[in-house]
Write a protein that binds this ligand. Structure first.
Ligand code: SF4
Ligand code: SF4
Length: 353
């Protein structure tokens, strides 16, 4: 099993800060292959034009500044999209560029009503498309935020793999939150005006549901930087860029130490739980169809109900096909097998071939 160091995954802006975890290796994520996205394997997929970027990132102030200062031509589109955002003002804050109020509410109501991805319409998914998505690619990649770095629709380590990514995500969120506040302090922001928790559009209410920006609130929030937002973000990047590793450790304190250890611990479990090359169904598993929608799997005293749709896919774990081939069969019919495989492995019904 190929292993990849976290260094390869982490945005370069963090490399000098994250030295304690950069060499932590994780098993290659061989199922969620983003260049050949699992959500784009079927012409019927509602996510064919969005992948999993039906999401609006929260780009911390120094990440926006890094992007704007980057002279590589590949970031031309991302820079133009950021400038459009700044001109619109929606979600534009000194902490960073965050999802506007209307977007947050739309996404919340959308996903609370649709747990089943089969019921998502393509137009609905596309209405939530990330503003930085560009023809299948991320236009801000080097400066993307925590979830964009750590999200995998399926992990080679199942639940244990996701636990590892959750800790890496927390580590990045902590970093983003603390460094963006550090920038404000360095720029002389009055401490009583600095919000110390993770900023949400619905806390600031900079604009209303219709997207109309409250100019008074905006001016107050931005203080003397209003109208010079691009210069502010660029300065934020310079400040973070001149911070050394010792300064970073001091700013992020005990929570960082806890998360570094948690990353190492969850890495060990991720490695142990990594899916083998091939799986097969335990020969003593009994399968009984339960009406048109469900099938009941039994082994000894244990039982699991599985969607009937998944039955031919689970039978495809015959020790001949690789795990990846079977997952790919699932993605072609818009079924992510991660949850079902996890349950069957936990109950010893799917075993290494
Ligand atoms: S995480 Fe999954 S859905 Fe998202 S881009 Fe990668 S393969 Fe596609
Ligand atoms: S920032 Fe990039 S990776 Fe993140 S949601 Fe947008 S396009 Fe996708």
């Amino acid at each position: 099993m190929k292993r990849v160091p976290l260094r390869d995954k982490m945005p370069p802006v963090y490399h000098r800060f994250f030295e304690p975890v950069l060499d932590v290796e994780f098993p290659e994520e061989r199922i969620a292959t983003c260049e050949n996205c699992t959500r784009c394997r079927s012409a019927q997929s509602p996510f064919i034009n969005t992948k999993c970027c039906d999401y609006h990132p929260h780009l911390a102030n120094y990440l926006v500044g890094g992007l704007l200062s980057d002279d590589s031509a590949v970031f031309g589109v991302g820079q133009a999209r950021i400038r459009e955002k700044i001109a619109e003002k929606k979600g534009v804050t000194p902490y960073g560029i965050i999802p506007p109020v209307a977007y947050v509410n739309q996404r919340k109501s959308f996903y609370s009503e649709r747990a089943d991805f089969h019921k998502v319409a393509r137009t609905e998914a596309e209405s939530l498309l990330c503003p930085y998505y560009d023809n299948g690619h991320c236009s801000v990649w080097k400066y993307r935020e925590n979830l964009c770095v750590t999200y995998f629709c399926s992990s080679s380590g199942g639940l244990k793999g996701w636990n590892f990514w959750d800790k890496v995500n927390e580590y990045l969120r902590l970093t983003e939150r603390e460094l963006s506040k550090y920038v404000l302090l360095q720029l002389g922001w009055p401490p009583e005006e600095i919000i110390t928790s993770y900023i949400k559009a619905t806390d600031l209410l900079l604009e209303n549901e219709q997207g109309e920006v409250d100019e008074k609130k905006y001016q107050k929030l931005w203080r003397h930087w209003a109208g010079r937002e691009e210069g502010f973000y660029t300065r934020a990047f310079e400040i973070v860029n001149s911070l050394d590793a010792a300064g970073f450790r001091q700013i992020t304190g005990q929570d960082r130490t806890i998360l570094e250890e948690a990353i190492r611990q969850t890495q060990a479990r991720f490695i142990q739980a990594t899916l083998p090359e091939r799986l097969s169904l335990h020969p003593d598993v009994q399968i009984a169809q339960q009406g048109p929608e469900k099938a009941l799997f039994s082994l000894n005293e244990q039982q699991i109900e599985i969607p009937a749709l998944a039955l031919p896919l689970i039978r495809a774990f015959n020790g001949q096909r690789t795990v990846k081939e079977v997952f790919d069969m699932g993605f072609k019919v818009l079924f992510n097998m991660s949850g079902v495989v996890q349950e069957l492995r936990d109950k010893n019904m799917l075993v290494p071939a």
